[in-house]
Design a protein. Sequence first.
Length: 221
Amino acid sequence: MTENQVRDLFDRLHAAYGPQGWWPANDPLEVIVGAILTQRTSWRNVEHAMRDLKESGLLSVGALDGAVEERIAEAIQAAGFHNAKARKLKTFASFLTERFGGDLSIMFSLPTDDLRDELLGIFGVGEETADAILIYAAERPSFVIDAYTRRLLGRLGWIDGNETYGELRALFLGALPCDVELFGEYHALIVRHGKARCRARPDCAGCPIRPICAGGEEIVR
DNA sequence: AACCAGGAATGTA
DNA sequence: TACATTCATGGT
């Protein structure tokens, strides 16, 4: 995967689908909650769970920190893995409360690298979730590598499937100008493309980013 | 009706 | 480091 390929792919996706305006949430906390809820889960189910969570009055740092895990789990049941995710949400809220007085803007005032390390130290926040929070909630430059990204790059024949998360992230960051909006749009476009086309059509028939996406084996996942 | 969806933690070797 | 298991709902 060359740097030119990375830049060219963005241009094709952007030409095909236009601006995406991600993340689909109203405020930074909703981005974080959504990022945790969507782990290995369809966005449709996440929207359902977010609605129920809000209607239960639990969509705030204070409410999540104060609520018992079982009540959170009940509210987010539609998202799947609800017990595990309830623990993650409560852990995040508790961490934020103890360490930063429950104020997201204080945590987000950390330098980007330190902020990423802090996020990765929180139970339930892995690399993808941390990068999603960095870009879409904290508005810091980073890049999200997810299943859609690996699937697309594999189908394009640009990767062999053994690359680590950090390696792929570094490839994108190294090939592009450091621009939060660009990074956010790029990932959103990859997801959009994955949902719209390549998943439904294994042979990539009618793929809007042809000719670079023109069939081939689905190598990863 | 099997298959999959915008992962992460934990345990084993 | 590398790989398996667990967590669980809802749409197609």
